[in-house]
Design a protein around this ligand. Structure first.
Ligand SMILES: C[S@@+](CC[C@H](N)C(=O)[O-])C[C@H]1O[C@@H](n2cnc3c(N)ncnc32)[C@H](O)[C@@H]1O
Length: 264
């Protein structure tokens, strides 16, 4: 701890495989006095598999049982009317972040010492923990320094599993969400990583090439690649298989326009 200033450490822990946690992340875990783990399970409902996975990572990498503060994740408003326009979606996310900041602040007020947050993959990709912890700081009730430990992202693991570079030589890479894939294609993007998929909607891209992976780094990993029109059914089946065997599914894929027959 620098000059007695308390630290809040956002520790990237990779996309699921305990072997893909860096040595720096393990050191940060060992230095934390307690861990704040957001629990998304509905009260009294099924356990949150991601919260449980975080606890298993800690059990694997720590010598002593950790102090874990499970924070019930505030319910996020969902449904087409709440998320139809970008403005409505932004408002829903802002109020969810504010509720999360309040819950995190309470955990910090209730416990002494350095806090660790285990962030899935890398904290820089489609994760709001940095923003929410910044909000806690801005509220001004708990002084701390924030530091971020990078992790292996699901994007990197996708590329590694398919043994590929994510873009052609000197070409750009666009990273977006399933809900914004169409917009990216219309804007002229031709090499796109897609995350946060509710389903696989690649209509119109049948002649593109896809490299897809679900539950990467876990025993329920699924991989498929090929021409979109040829492999879409296999992807949908593999997605269901992952969901059924693991109880959850997270998938990420790269789609690339096939030019002049050159796919890679
Ligand atoms: C909230 S984002 C977090 C991303 C994370 N920060 C990262 O760097 O991978 C969750 C999305 O990441 C992707 N993802 C995370 N873990 C994954 C895994 N083990 N296998 C496949 N996709 C994964 C999926 O697209 C999922 O919807």
């Amino acid at each position: 701890m620098a000059d007695g200033v308390r630290r809040v450490r956002l520790i990237g822990v990779g996309p699921g495989d305990p072997d893909q946690v860096t040595l720096e992340a393990v050191r940060a875990m060992r230095e934390a006095a307690f861990f704040v783990v957001a629990d998304k399970s509905p009260r009294g409902g099924m356990p949150d598999p991601m919260a449980d996975a975080r606890e298993r990572l800690l059990a694997r990498h720590l010598d002593a049982p950790p102090v874990i503060v499970r924070v019930q994740d505030p319910q996020r408003e969902r449904g087409p009317d709440r998320t139809a326009s970008p403005d409505a979606y932004a408002a829903v996310v802002a109020s969810w972040h504010a509720a999360r900041a309040e819950a995190f602040e309470q955990a910090l007020l209730d416990h002494d010492g350095d806090a660790g947050f285990l962030v899935w993959g890398d904290p820089a990709f489609y994760d709001s923990t940095i923003r929410v912890v910044e909000q806690v700081r801005a509220r001004g009730n708990v002084p701390f320094e924030m530091d971020v430990v990078p992790g292996v992202s699901s994007i990197q693991l996708l590329a590694a599993r398919h043994a590929m570079v994510l873009h052609d030589v000197g070409e750009p890479l666009h990273v977006t969400t399933g809900r914004r894939l169409r917009e990216a294609v219309e804007a002229g993007q031709r090499n796109i990583v897609v995350m946060l998929n509710r389903e696989i909607d690649v209509a119109g891209l049948e002649d593109w090439h896809i490299w897809w992976g679900a539950n990467l780094g876990t025993p329920h990993e699924e991989l498929v690649s090929g021409r979109v029109g040829d492999v879409l059914d296999r992807i949908r089946q593999a997605r269901e298989r992952a969901r059924e065997s693991a109880g959850w599914v997270m998938d990420v894929y790269l789609v690339r326009e096939a030019r002049r027959g050159l796919l890679r």
